[in-house]
Design a protein around this ligand. Structure first.
Ligand SMILES: Nc1nc2c(ncn2[C@@H]2O[C@H](COP(=O)(O)OP(=O)(O)OP(=O)(O)O)[C@@H](O)[C@H]2O)c(=O)[nH]1
Ligand SMILES: [Mg+2]
Length: 223
């Protein structure tokens, strides 16, 4: 018997916090982060993580920056992301369980709309759920209030869910409120993945269905 690890792809603009989010979810600094304007993650990297006993592969990707779309690294990042998504979409068993679009709270959501059209609608043909993670909210009294103020900017997009977080790594010099937000963010992000990942991907020819029922998972037949 085996259960397929779910692929979760994180994408978004350079410096939006994709690699930091992976570290927060994994509770370990596995992915390299930096505020280098030219981008830190240059090729897709896969990080296996376990959340509540479930196995995931978090796929970190090179940053996109639509504001300067003619530059070579951006074209390269887009091309890489397209072929990664196509490859994962057609892998059987496997596929993509969830797309996570990451954006910084101070950046206009214009890039999200472009990324949504290009990668979610065109490449993934809206077959994979997409959620949005907004970073940089450590100074807010209530991180989720960002969404209440900005939700109208996302009208018309078919988002499965959202999370408002800080992806800062903890440091002893941080005040208590920020430390609390960092810890909350880990819980929020792990719940976001568990609640929104596509149905359990299994090879049902070898899985004991009674056992699956106990797990509460639903069976999706992969062709
Ligand atoms: N203040 C603050 N800084 C953050 C947050 N998330 C990430 N950072 C910082 O922003 C910088 C960029 O973060 P990364 O995680 O490397 O961003 P990325 O999206 O992976 O960037 P690329 O790999 O270049 O595309 C790092 O210095 C992080 O420490 C956040 O929520 N708040
Ligand atoms: Mg990165």
């Amino acid at each position: 018997m085996y259960l397929q690890k779910r692929n979760i792809v994180l994408f978004g603009e350079t410096g939006s916090g994709k690699s930091s989010i992976i570290n927060i979810i994994a509770q370990k600094q596995v992915a390299k982060t930096s505020n280098d304007a030219h981008g830190c993650t240059s090729t897709a990297q896969r990080y296996p993580v376990e959340i509540s006993g479930q196995q995931f592969i978090l796929v970190d990707t090179a940053g996109l920056y639509f504001g300067n779309a003619d530059t070579v690294p951006v074209a390269k990042a887009e091309k890489q992301l397209k072929s990664l998504l196509r490859e994962l979409m057609s892998s059987r068993p496997g596929g993509i369980s969830l797309l996570v679009y990451c954006m910084h709270s101070t950046i206009s959501p214009g890039a999200l709309v472009k990324a949504y059209n290009k990668f979610y609608s065109e490449i993934c043909q809206k077959k994979v759920p997409i959620v949005i993670v907004v970073t940089g909210l450590e100074k807010e009294a209530h991180m989720d209030s960002w969404w209440d103020t900005n939700r109208d900017k996302f009208e018309g997009l078919c988002l499965a869910d959202h999370a408002c977080v800080t992806a800062l790594w903890e440091h002893p010099s941080f005040p208590d409120r920020i430390t609390r937000h960092i810890s909350e963010s880990g819980d929020i992000l792990r719940k976001l993945l568990l609640n929104n990942r596509a149905d359990l991907a299994v090879d049902d020819s070898v899985v004991n269905k009674r056992w699956l029922k106990q797990l509460g998972g639903r069976i999706v037949k992969r062709r």
